[in-house]
Write a protein that binds this ligand. Structure first.
Ligand SMILES: Cc1cc2nc3c(=O)[nH]c(=O)nc-3n(C[C@H](O)[C@H](O)[C@H](O)COP(=O)(O)OP(=O)(O)OC[C@H]3O[C@@H](n4cnc5c(N)ncnc54)[C@H](O)[C@@H]3O)c2cc1C
Ligand SMILES: NC(=O)c1ccc[n+]([C@@H]2O[C@H](COP(=O)([O-])OP(=O)(O)OC[C@H]3O[C@@H](n4cnc5c(N)ncnc54)[C@H](O)[C@@H]3O)[C@@H](O)[C@H]2O)c1
Length: 484
């Protein structure tokens, strides 16, 4: 007689642990390794690829592609250095191989073997809550003192008529492309859209970016505008404020119908990439059973990243925080401080830099001008252009400027840089804001000559240009001059 199938099903194994972490991306991996280092028993559950978005189809791949594209651009534009520019021969399959190679070199740091070696129990399955302190994953039933949701985010598929019937790329598939895309249409002029627009443009594609609002709409318009001008100068077509009415076609011939003010038009491309934002991966997690509350788009957490269930934390893209690998990593530190050391740690979004890794880069930290004015009223805005910097001149990288925002009395509130190496230059402003420094401190260090970092100091000195307009200080200076 055949056995009852229920009898054949494997018995679920019960595991009791200190930390159960759902998701092995930037946040989950950072927390798992740190908690294990402090002697905690850790279960880490991943349903897909170790490393999450950042390692598999995000930061690593897009920056590797941009690095290849930068080489191609440098070959075309070498003539100011006395080297005749040439049109590079681009082997798209080899570029794709380069991305895979970089990924392969980094991935051992994120492998199951490495984490198992750290004493972490890694389970390859989808996790789901069954009650407030229990998660099931595959054949396992895990009860933990603390459960951490680190499930990341996925690309939004916008509700555009016809889209479901045409082939499209997202960040999860575009890095598998191995050929020239003659005309790439990109929906969304945010960070993803513009980074990939420049990479593809420099690697030989025509690129059209379509946005129903503003390109880089969350950034300071002055800095974003400078970048958008540069991207347009390279031949990337960026169309803002356009409504996409319908998409149709097949692989190699995609037609987009647009509505702009009163007119309609069609644009034809050979492929389409969706870069229209992200949504948190929170469906199918059984959050109701866990008593975890959500907003419309993400998991609700307090400043210490605790959810409505005090045993459950959420970190990284699954929360409403800015979506960056380093933010997810910083969240991991916050949870560790809270849960192991009982410290009143809070997530530090205020000091997390945001970088668009185009060329030139756009890097910002803290408040922008509009936010600072709204919060503090009178502020100082200090600027310094790249073309006044000797290193920028000799590198032929003179486009761009820095913009620093301070309170009336010089407290540093924010900084933004559009220009070469902005992602490196911004870091001392993150330190300055984290330490509550006054702008004076940013004039009291020595910058080696010739470096781009001198731009940071020059901008800081601009604060004192406001002094002569202060009548009190003018009197003091006049008095001191007489005494001298
Ligand atoms: C194209 C692109 C480029 C980017 N570039 C950068 C950059 O240059 N710098 C930067 O700082 N940030 C960048 N980001 C953002 C960055 O990738 C994310 O902010 C970061 O990966 C978030 O980390 P996370 O741990 O929250 O989520 P993820 O890294 O996405 O990891 C979440 C993991 O959870 C797993 N998971 C989900 N649900 C379950 C479940 N039910 N059970 C088990 N496992 C589950 C997923 O499979 C995934 O592996 C980029 C993003 C994109 C899309
Ligand atoms: N360099 C980095 O660190 C990096 C790179 C890529 C992504 N990220 C992270 O991922 C997040 C998401 O980036 P993103 O660029 O995917 O999203 P985003 O939300 O930053 O930008 C999406 C853009 O798509 C537009 N859009 C939305 N729906 C549309 C529609 N139907 N038609 C036309 N346009 C539409 C929006 O107006 C917006 O400008 C970023 O905010 C960032 O946190 C970081």
């Amino acid at each position: 007689m055949p056995k009852d199938t229920a009898d054949e099903a494997p018995q679920s194994q019960n595991i009791e642990t200190d930390f159960c972490i759902i998701g092995a991306g930037a946040g989950g991996l950072a927390l798992a390794s740190a908690a294990a280092a402090f002697g905690q028993r850790v279960v880490l559950i991943e349903k897909h690829k170790m490393g999450g978005d950042s390692l598999n189809y995000g930061g690593v791949q897009s920056k590797a592609l941009l690095a290849a594209a930068k080489r191609a651009y440098a070959m075309r534009t070498a003539s100011p250095f006395g080297i005749r520019g040439v049109e590079p021969l681009i082997d798209h399959a080899a570029v794709n191989h380069y991305i895979d190679d970089v990924t392969a070199k980094i991935s051992p740091n994120f492998s199951i073997e490495r984490f198992t070696g750290l004493g972490i129990r890694v389970i390859s399955a989808a996790a789901k809550f069954v009650d407030r302190s229990t998660v099931v994953a595959g054949d396992y039933r895990i009860t933990a003192r603390r459960i951490v949701i680190a499930t990341g985010s996925s690309p939004i598929i916008p509700p555009i008529p016809g889209l479901a019937d045409v082939p499209y790329f997202t960040n999860e598939t575009i890095f598998d492309n191995t050929g020239l895309i003659p005309h790439l249409l990109i929906i969304g002029a945010g960070t993803t859209g513009l980074e990939l627009a420049q990479a593809y443009r420099r690697l030989g594609s025509r690129v059209t970016v379509l946005d129903n609002a503003h390109a880089l709409g969350a950034e300071d318009p002055e800095l974003a505008g400078a970048l958008i001008t540069r991207l347009s100068d390279e031949g990337i077509v960026i169309r803002e404020g356009v409504q996409i009415k319908r998409v149709s076609g097949t692989a190699g011939k995609i037609v987009v119908e647009l509505q702009t003010n009163a007119a309609s038009e069609t644009i034809e491309g050979t492929a389409i990439l969706l870069a229209a934002g992200r949504k948190a991966n929170i469906a199918d997690l059984g959050l109701d059973a866990a008593g975890v509350k959500v907003t419309q788009t993400a998991i609700k957490v307090n400043a210490g990243l605790r959810t409505a269930n005090s045993h459950v934390f959420a970190i990284g893209d699954a929360t409403g925080a800015p979506r960056y690998a380093h933010v997810a990593g910083e969240h991991a530190e916050t949870v560790l401080r809270r849960s192991l050391f009982r410290l009143p740690a809070r997530a530090k979004a205020r000091i997390a830099p945001r970088v668009v890794f185009t060329d030139p880069e756009l890097a910002t930290v803290g408040l922008n001008e509009t936010e600072a004015r709204a919060k503090y009223g009178r502020i100082n805005v200090l600027r310094w252009p790249y073309h006044e910097n000797d290193r920028a001149q000799l590198e032929h990288a003179t486009d761009g400027h820095i913009k620093v925002i301070t309170s009336k009395h010089g407290k540093i509130l924010g900084a933004g840089i559009v220009g070469a190496e902005a992602s490196e230059l911004i870091q001392m402003w993150s330190l300055a804001i984290s330490q509550g420094l006054n702008i004076k401190a940013m004039t009291e260090w020595i910058s080696p000559y010739p470096t781009l970092s001198e731009i940071n100091k020059k901008a800081a000195f601009r604060y004192f240009a406001t002094v002569p307009s202060n009548p009190f200080l003018r009197k003091v200076i006049a008095l001191l001059a007489k005494l001298g």
